[in-house]
Design a protein around this ligand. Structure first.
Ligand SMILES: [Cu+2]
Length: 164
């Protein structure tokens, strides 16, 4: 019994070693929150799954003067957000979700309003365990809420009906 466990762990380790130089981060359910006139900042959200240990160290978009990886945390009774220092950890094989109320990509100094039904370009910068940086370009749909199926909770259909 013990031997079988050891053997399969070894196979797992080999598997991850061979994919070191492949495209290593899967990106799912990406969306950016639509803005109203006069609003100059918004958030973008997605689920990132890296096949080997990596970090999300940067983000940029031509529609935003400033873009940062942010996290939201309770500070006493107040929800505060700040830039994630040193990059957002992406453990091997573990989905990391960027969602409203948690980690998010903050797009500030917006150059135009983000309208539902359009897409915006985003560039994500990842750093692997060796310190090698790679860039991924995305087209992210603009919406007022997360795409259906993005939330595993499934209990949010009641307030999703109140969209304007
Ligand atoms: Cu933020």
């Amino acid at each position: 019994m013990k031997k079988i466990v050891t053997a399969s762990l070894f196979a797992l380790a080999l598997g991850s070693a061979t994919s070191l130089f492949a495209q290593t981060v899967d990106i799912k359910d990406a969306w950016a929150r639509a803005t109203v006139q006069g609003q100059t900042a918004t958030g973008a959200f997605m689920t990132l799954t890296s096949r080997s240990p990596a970090k999300l160290v940067g983000v940029s978009s031509p529609v935003a003067g400033v873009a940062e990886v942010h996290e939201m945390k309770m500070d006493g009774n107040v929800m505060k957000m700040r830039a994630v220092s040193g990059g957002l950890d992406l453990p091997s094989g573990k989905p990391v979700s960027l969602a409203p109320g948690g980690y998010h990509l903050m797009l500030m100094d917006l150059k135009l309003p983000l309208k539902t039904g359009t897409t915006i370009p985003l560039t994500l910068v990842f750093k692997d365990a060796r310190g090698q940086e790679s860039r991924t370009e995305l087209k992210v749909p603009v919406a007022t809420a997360a795409p259906a199926g993005a939330s595993p909770a499934g209990g949010s259909s009641m307030h999703e009906g109140h969209k304007h």
